[in-house]
Write a protein that binds this ligand. Structure first.
Ligand SMILES: NC(=O)c1ccc[n+]([C@@H]2O[C@H](COP(=O)([O-])OP(=O)(O)OC[C@H]3O[C@@H](n4cnc5c(N)ncnc54)[C@H](OP(=O)(O)O)[C@@H]3O)[C@@H](O)[C@H]2O)c1
Length: 337
């Protein structure tokens, strides 16, 4: 295998200015920066893929208190999960050129980073991009916070998103009897039903969301995996059955709102209903479940190899297009399907 030569410069995506409201293309810049040689304990990784994810919007905003990643300020290079190959190593490093690794220094063509901040890509997945999947949170939610029981009715909000589309499939694999999703796009709704076996998909807008949800789940909800929050969470509580489990994974309606700073998502919830129905509602935080990622990787690899699960994603080629890709994510333009 021939390795790419290590260039003297590398392009990376930087935040020009902290956005007011949602970030625009002009808030990001692709800059060519000098690439230094690796020091002791360091490696140079050529990134092949990196993840475009909604949490970046939060990190650019003014509401990052308690967020488990550092904020992004003017001049900073964006970061996030990346998959690449080691192309140069410093002294005392166990990794070798050619090794495929996963790390958090995405949004740049080449990353110079501590070798112990890289983990070796296991090779367990039929498609190595699966290392960048956010499915661990969906799996953790559905096995730890809101365990699915055979025959349950499960509602996944934001079902056409990276996490939601896996959550729906995982729920089915764990025994759900009826799986309902939501998306704001009629085209995505059709694909969720046709290609991902969702029994019903609710598209907000034509009636109060709770009415639409009742139509899709006349007997109520046993389990909810919420990635949207806001009105959809309010409605999910209304439609939840006795002893329902609600796992909050994300809050896209607040996180991607131009009226908010990205780190808050208020929703009105009928607390009396939580009490009388014995409903459990809890946020999923990866750090509380350190055993989940390894278990998920093993299960995900098995389901992928046996073609019981599909891992859809959209790719955008070339770092020059990365700023636009973040825009497209915010606009919901990309089907992950
Ligand atoms: N707790 C954890 O450990 C954990 C782990 C991973 C992700 N998360 C969180 O989970 C959420 C989903 O992440 P993801 O990576 O799966 O997202 P994603 O795939 O990037 O989601 C993008 C989708 O969000 C939907 N969306 C955008 N704005 C929205 C709005 N105002 N209201 C409702 N939906 C909106 C759009 O879907 P439609 O066009 O289909 O409506 C869009 O396509 C995020 O909040 C993320 O931060 C949490």
């Amino acid at each position: 295998m021939s390795l790419p030569a290590v260039p003297r410069t590398s392009r990376e995506v930087q935040l020009v200015a902290q956005p007011r409201g949602l970030p625009a293309d002009s808030d990001l810049l692709v800059a060519e920066m000098p690439l230094r040689a690796p020091g002791p304990g360091e490696v140079v990784v050529r990134n092949r893929y990196f993840l475009v994810f909604p949490g970046l919007r939060t990190l650019m905003g003014d509401e990052t208190d308690g967020v488990p990643l550092p904020p992004l300020r003017s001049g900073d290079t964006l970061f996030g999960p990346a998959l690449g190959e080691v192309v140069a190593v410093g002294e005392g490093v166990g990794l070798r050129p050619g090794d495929e690794v996963v790390h958090l220094d995405g949004w740049r063509e080449f990353a110079v980073l501590a070798a112990d901040h890289c983990s070796t890509a296991s090779g367990a997945f039929p498609d190595p991009v699966a290392h960048l999947s956010t499915g661990s949170a969906a799996y953790g939610a559905l096995t730890r916070l809101a365990p699915v029981r055979t025959g349950d009715t499960v509602f996944v909000s934001g079902a056409a998103g990276a996490t939601g589309v896996l959550a729906g499939q995982i729920a089915r694999l764990l025994g759900a009897g009826r799986v309902i999703g939501s998306t704001r796009s009629a085209a995505k709704a059709a694909r969720l039903r046709d290609e991902f076996a969702f029994d019903a998909v609710v598209v907000p807008g034509s009636a109060p969301f709770a009415d639409l949800l009742v139509g899709a789940a006349p007997d109520g909800l046993d389990v909810v995996v919420d990635t949207v929050g806001g009105d959809q969470l309010t409605a999910a509580v209304t439609v939840a059955r006795s002893n329902a489990r609600i796992a909050l994974i994300g809050a896209l309606s607040g996180q991607l709102s131009g009226d908010r700073a990205g780190g808050s998502s208020p929703a009105s919830v009928d607390s009396y209903r939580l009490i009388v129905q014995g409903i459990a509602l809890r946020g999923y935080r990866g750090a509380d479940h350190p055993d989940v990622p390894a278990e998920w990787d093993e299960q995900f690899a098995r389901w992928l190899h046996t073609e019981q699960i599909r891992f859809p994603y959209a790719t955008v080629q070339g770092i020059d297009h990365a700023p636009a890709a973040l825009q497209e994510l915010i606009e919901g333009r990309h089907l992950v399907l």
